[in-house]
Design a protein around this ligand. Sequence first.
Ligand code: ADP
Ligand code: MG
Length: 255
Amino acid sequence: RTATPLPLEVRGVTVRFAGLTALDDVSFTVAPGSVHALIGPNGAGKSTCFNVLSGLYRPTAGAVRLGETDLTRLAPHKIAALGVARTFQNIVTTEGTVADNLMLGRHALSRAGYLASALHLPRAAREQREHLRRVHEIAELTGLAPHIDTPVAVLSYGDRKRVEFARALCLEPRVLLLDEPVAGMNAAERARTAEVVRDVRESLGLSVLLVEHDMGLVMRLADEVTVLDFGRAIAHGTPEEVRRDPEVLRAYLGT
Ligand code: ADP
Ligand code: MG
């Protein structure tokens, strides 16, 4: 069931808004099965990059490829269907149980399946059981199993962030884009989230692109780091390499 890992390539991506270059000829590759972190000061272009990758913004120039497939001009739902799933920095989920929310992630896999299941066709019933089975597996994997029938509205902030994460996993992605997955979490929740990211990377073989301000987490989780500053990729390397890079120190310390 695990999707074949494919490299996600960002090639010469430029995004201009009126009078402002948010991304300037940015290139990097998320290697199959790796955790790649995208870091940089506020306004560096990290969210803009996520919005390009998930099809919300069209770049002014450049391309995004998943393996051989050009994603650059595809609609967000097509990109998700090809295996690039994202979470948002801010929680949007307030309704239904954990299971309901994860089922939404499954139904995003196929609209036809959703309509068919609404009509109670036999094949749809079979698919529905398969979706439920997978939802329970993913709840197990993400530590949500004890809360599977709990309304998300009563969960802790950390657990709700975990629901967003699990819902993205329900799309069976090849690449998972995580936008500040531990923002607002306490130390224990952060550590658990880091463990879950490591687990799913290993058990599902997917790649992760991580935007995160918690440098401790980035240093522990990432195989590779790309540093953005004023829309430019100013450094690439292992966490150790970028930490010692004078350009990176300058960008962060403003010296
Ligand atoms: P980061 O996520 O690294 O903090 P962003 O990608 O959000 O940075 O923003 C990069 C730059 O692009 C900022 O100067 C921001 O104000 C600008 N920007 C982002 N989105 C838009 C938009 N939709 N319209 C105009 N400017 C934008
Ligand atoms: Mg941002």
